[in-house]
Design a protein around this ligand. Structure first.
Ligand code: URA
Length: 233
C-alpha cells in the first residue's frame, strides 16, 4: 500500500494534512525519513509518525451500554449521537447495528463491518433481541399467548414473528423478538393498549450486555464474540 494511503487508513489526517506531515519529514519507515506519498509500505515495515508507531485500523466491533438521551442515527437531531460516547479514531466510519430509540437504554453494537451488521439484523438470520420493558398498565393474563401468536401492527401487512414474553412482575416483562421493525416493542405493547415507560435491551443473539459497563461505557468484542454473532448463535 502507498504511504499516503497508509496514513489515511491509520490516522485521522485529511489528505492535505497527510501530505503536509509527509513533506515536513515527520514520518519514518524502518528508521528512514520518507516524504514521498508514493513510497510503498510492505508487511512488517515499521512506520512512525513523530516516533509514534502507526498501524492500520482493522474492522472494529464494539458493545456500548447506551444511556437514554442519545440518538443512534447520524442525521442532525436534537440529541447527541451515541458515537460521541466513543473515544476512537475514524469515528465517521462506524455505524450502529440497527437502532435503539433515543429513550431506550442498553446493548447497542457498533461496527464498520457492513456484512457483519447485515447478518445480525437480517430477519432471515432470526437473531434474538431481548428487551426488558417497564409498562404503564398491568399485563393481561393472556399476554404470552398474544405475543406468541404474532401481532398485526398498525400500518403493516404481516403479523410480527412469534415473540416470547416472560412476565417479571405485573408491569415488567422480558420480551424476545427476532425482528427490528420501527419502534417494534413499543408498538407491540401499544396494540394491547399499554404504554412502554422504559425499555432496556439486555441481549442480542448470544451476546449479553456486559454488566461491568456503566451507561455510556463501551468495550471491544472479543474475536469469539464477533464470530458467534455472525454465525447466528
Ligand atoms: N423497539 C422499540 O420500540 N424501541 C427500541 O428502541 C427498540 C425496539
Amino acid at each position: 500500500m502507498r504511504l499516503d494511503k497508509f496514513l489515511g487508513e491509520s490516522t485521522d489526517l485529511s489528505r492535505t494534512d497527510a501530505r503536509k506531515v509527509l513533506k515536513s519529514g515527520e514520518i519514518t519507515v524502518n528508521g528512514e525519513m520518507v516524504n514521498q506519498g508514493s513510497h510503498v509500505i510492505k508487511e512488517g515495515d515499521v512506520v512512525l509518525w513523530d516516533d509514534e508507531p502507526l498501524a492500520l485500523i482493522g474492522l472494529r466491533y464494539i458493545m456500548l451500554n447506551k444511556p437514554a438521551g442519545y440518538e443512534c442515527s447520524l442525521k442532525n437531531s436534537a440529541y447527541p449521537s451515541v458515537m460521541m460516547l466513543l473515544d476512537v479514531d475514524k469515528r465517521d466510519r462506524l455505524r450502529t447495528v440497527g437502532r435503539l430509540d433515543v429513550d431506550t437504554t442498553g446493548l447497542i453494537l457498533i461496527t464498520d463491518d457492513g456484512q457483519w451488521t447485515h447478518r445480525i439484523i437480517s430477519p432471515r438470520h432470526q437473531c434474538d433481541k431481548v428487551y426488558v420493558a417497564t409498562l404503564a398498565e398491568p399485563l393481561p393474563d393472556n399476554a404470552e399467548a398474544i405475543f406468541q401468536a404474532g401481532i398485526l401492527l398498525n400500518g403493516e401487512d404481516k403479523p410480527t414473528l412469534p415473540a416470547v414474553l416472560e412476565r417479571i412482575d405485573e408491569r415488567t416483562a422480558r420480551l424476545t423478538i427476532q425482528e427490528g421493525k420501527y419502534h417494534q416493542v413499543k408498538r407491540m405493547f401499544a396494540s394491547l393498549g399499554n404504554l412502554v415507560q422504559a425499555l432496556h435491551r439486555e441481549r442480542i443473539g448470544s451476546l449479553v450486555l456486559d454488566d461491568s459497563l456503566e451507561p455510556g461505557e463501551s468495550r471491544y468484542l472479543t474475536p469469539a464474540e464477533v464470530q458467534e454473532l455472525a454465525a447466528g448463535s
